[in-house]
Design a binder for this molecule. Structure first.
Ligand code: F6R
Length: 245
C-alpha cells in the first residue's frame, strides 16, 4: 500500500484530483468508481475547475458510485444521485447516461443486483475513489464479524447514522439501510485511492496504515490485499494515527 502524507486536506484533495485527471487524460474512455460524503467534495470541485479550464475531458468517461441510501428517491437532496449531480456531473462535460448510481427506491434486492452488474460491465473500474467511515467502513460495508463480497443491502450502524446526521435535519431522518458495493467489488478496481482527514478517522486510519492486520472490524484493512492502493492523508491525521511514529 502506498501512503501519501500531505501538509493539508486541501493538498490531499488536489493530489487525488490530479490522479483522476491523469487517468482520464491517459485513458479518455476510462471507468471511474466514485464516492459521496464530505471528503470528496473539494476533489470534485478541482475536477470541475480543470474541466472548465479545458485540461480534462469527461466526454467518454463512465462512472459507477459506491452506494445509495434505501428509501429516498433520486431527486431527494440527500440522495447520492442528487449529490453526484450537484457536486460534479452537472458541472462537467460528462454524458449522464454514462453515470450510474444505484436506485434507492423500489425493489432493493433488484437494485443491488443491478449495481453488481454495473460494477463489472465493460470491465472493472480503472480507479475507485474512497472515503472512510469513523469505524473503518468503506462504501457502506459496516464493521462487524462478517463482510460481503458483492453488492448488497446493509443495515447502517449507529456510528454511521450519527456521522451522517449532519447532512439531515435530524438523526431520525437518516436512512437506516443502504445499497452498497461489496468488498470484492471494491477490490476488483484496478486502482484504489482513499482520502481521509480529521481526528475522528484516526483509529480507522491507524488500522489501515500501520501493521499488517486485516479485520472485518475495520473493513478498510482489506485494502491491504489490493496490489495498487493509495491512501492520502494530511500530516495531522498521520500523526493522530501514529503513522511513521
Ligand atoms: C460514501 C461512502 C462512505 C463515505 C464515508 C466517509 O459514498 O461510501 O463510505 O466515504 O462514510 O464519509 P465522509 O467523507 O462524509 O466522512
Amino acid at each position: 500500500m502506498n501512503v501519501i502524507v500531505t501538509e493539508s486536506y486541501e493538498e490531499s484533495c488536489a493530489a487525488a484530483a490530479q490522479m483522476i485527471a491523469d487517468l482520464v487524460r491517459e485513458k479518455p474512455a476510462c471507468k471511474l468508481g466514485l464516492a459521496t460524503g464530505g471528503t470528496p467534495v473539494p476533489i470534485y470541485r478541482k475536477l470541475i475547475e480543470m474541466n472548465r479550464a479545458g485540461t480534462v475531458d469527461f466526454a467518454r468517461v463512465r462512472t459507477v458510485n459506491l452506494d445509495e441510501y434505501c428509501g429516498i428517491p433520486a431527486d431527494h437532496p440527500q440522495s447520492y444521485r442528487y449529490f453526484m449531480d450537484t457536486n460534479l456531473f452537472d458541472h462537467i462535460n460528462i454524458d449522464k447516461a454514462n453515470t450510474f448510481v444505484a436506485a434507492g427506491m423500489g425493489d432493493y434486492q433488484a437494485n443491488a443486483a443491478q449495481l453488481e452488474r454495473m460494477v463489472y460491465e465493460g470491465g472493472p473500474a480503472d480507479l475507485q475513489l474512497l472515503g472512510i467511515g469513523n469505524n473503518g467502513h468503506i462504501a457502506f460495508n459496516e464493521a462487524g464479524d462478517t463482510l460481503h463480497a458483492k453488492a448488497h443491502i446493509e443495515h447502517l450502524t449507529d456510528s454511521t447514522i450519527s456521522a451522517n446526521a449532519r447532512f439531515f435535519e435530524k438523526k431520525e431522518d437518516v436512512p437506516t439501510m443502504a445499497i452498497t458495493m461489496g468488498m470484492g467489488d471494491i477490490l476488483a478496481a484496478r486502482k484504489v485511492v482513499l482520502v481521509a482527514t480529521g481526528p475522528a478517522k484516526a483509529e480507522a486510519i491507524r488500522g489501515l496504515v500501520t501493521g499488517d492486520t486485516i479485520t472485518p472490524h475495520n473493513p478498510s484493512t482489506l485494502l491491504k490485499l489490493h496490489p495498487d492502493a493509495t491512501v492520502i492523508i494530511d500530516r495531522a491525521l498521520a500523526e493522530a494515527a501514529g503513522y511513521g511514529a
